[in-house]
Design a protein around this ligand. Structure first.
Ligand code: SAH
Ligand code: SF4
Length: 343
């Protein structure tokens, strides 16, 4: 059975017509799906009971359900959400004053195998549907009871290995018929799948792009990010040049500082060369320690040196402390980058 979230507006209209329903029902159904977040057909109280039953016979209503929730002293909340088939994903809500930033997942697990990432260690379970990406955001909105002002797709998974669903979710988040979040406040983070970066550059919306760089030295990057080995740093450099030419927007480069691996003077020189003269923001991340991993975070002094040297060539760089440091950090990546997107 198909999920009702996964059919198009046109398909919904013809299903309703088949069921002898007036056209305005489509709007009512879509409101339940994308604005109110119905968790069962019986929630759809303004639909006739017979229609609810007929829909239930033909479609599932997917949905995410909360398996666990942790609350941090700083107000952020991390959720483990269960999908209809039993797979689960994590997402996080981070409030700051009137703002609420959400970090959501695009896949259960991830197949890219980055050496420092907790998600990468367990491999890919499956890609999420657009609705499953979107519903994480609705879940956080409902839990906080406030409007979501920004979303970053920096949870589990590689968004560009699930491109179509990711774009459909972003469009729905952006739409006035969805959550109405401005495109610039919707950020995709990719490990650097080049054909998709070029495709993303041509999308009409002004979505924001973050690229996980983590090293501007080929050998180091191959070691840290084996899943993107087939695209060289030179390819990435060129693709990002094209991205900036087409969009005029400034990309963020994420760089988790790992002691003795990518925080040396030589690494810094290469990073400076990668960014010099280009539109770029560098987001220096304190590495989250993954249990059993040999990688350790750099010192604050090293991070400061990176900021200083990048600043000398006019590249803005920020170091952010993790939010929710007192709640389980096992997901390895969720909180830190989100903070700067919401500020
Ligand atoms: N797959 C995408 C998006 C999800 S990962 C990507 O890789 O960009 C989101 C961010 O968390 C990426 O920048 C990733 O490199 C980073 N990350 C993963 N593991 C981390 C860890 N242990 N400490 C700090 N950042 C980590
Ligand atoms: Fe996947 Fe991103 Fe983790 Fe790499 S860092 S394994 S791409 S989730």
């Amino acid at each position: 059975m198909k999920d009702l979230h996964d059919i198009t507006h046109g398909e919904l209209l013809s299903v309703l017509e088949e069921l002898g329903q007036p056209k305005f029902r489509a709007k009512q159904v879509e409101e339940w799906l994308w604005e109110r977040g119905a968790s069962s057909f019986d929630d759809m109280t303004n639909l006739p009971k017979t229609l609810r039953a007929a829909l239930a016979e033909r479609f599932t209503l997917g949905g995410v359900s909360q398996a666990a929730r942790q609350q941090s002293a700083d107000g952020s909340r991390k959720y483990l959400l269960r999908l209809a088939d039993g797979a689960s994903v994590e997402c996080v809500g981070m409030p700051t004053g009137q703002r609420l930033a959400v970090c959501a997942s695009t896949q259960a697990g991830c197949g890219m195998g980055c050496a420092f990432c907790a998600t990468g260690a367990s491999g890919l379970t499956r890609s999420l549907t657009a609705a499953e990406i979107y519903e994480q955001v609705m879940h956080v909105r409902d839990d906080f009871g406030t409007r979501v002002t920004s979303v970053v797709l920096m949870g589990q998974g590689e968004p560009f290995a699930n491109y179509d669903a990711t774009l459909a979710a972003l469009r729905r988040l952006n739409s006035p018929d969805g959550l109405g979040i401005g495109a610039r406040h919707l950020t995709v983070s990719t490990c650097g799948i080049i054909p998709q970066i070029l495709r993303f550059a041509k999308e009409p919306e002004q979505f924001t792009l973050a690229v996980s760089l983590h090293s501007a030295v080929q050998k180091t990057r191959n070691l840290l990010m084996p899943g993107v080995k087939k695209w060289s740093l030179l390819n990435l450099y060129d693709a990002m040049g094209t991205y900036v030419d087409i969009t005029g927007r400034r990309p963020t480069y994420e760089y988790a500082l790992i002691r003795g691996v990518n925080d040396t003077d030589e690494e810094l020189d290469h990073l400076v060369e990668f960014c010099r003269g280009n539109l770029a923001h560098v987001n220096l991340i304190q590495l989250n320690e993954v249990p059993g991993s040999k990688f350790q975070p750099s010192s604050e002094a090293r991070a400061g040196e990176f900021v200083r040297r990048l600043g000398q060539v006019g590249v803005e760089a920020t170091v952010r402390q993790s939010r929710g440091a007192d709640i389980d950090a096992a997901c390895g990546q969720l909180r830190q980058r989100v903070e700067r997107r919401s500020s």
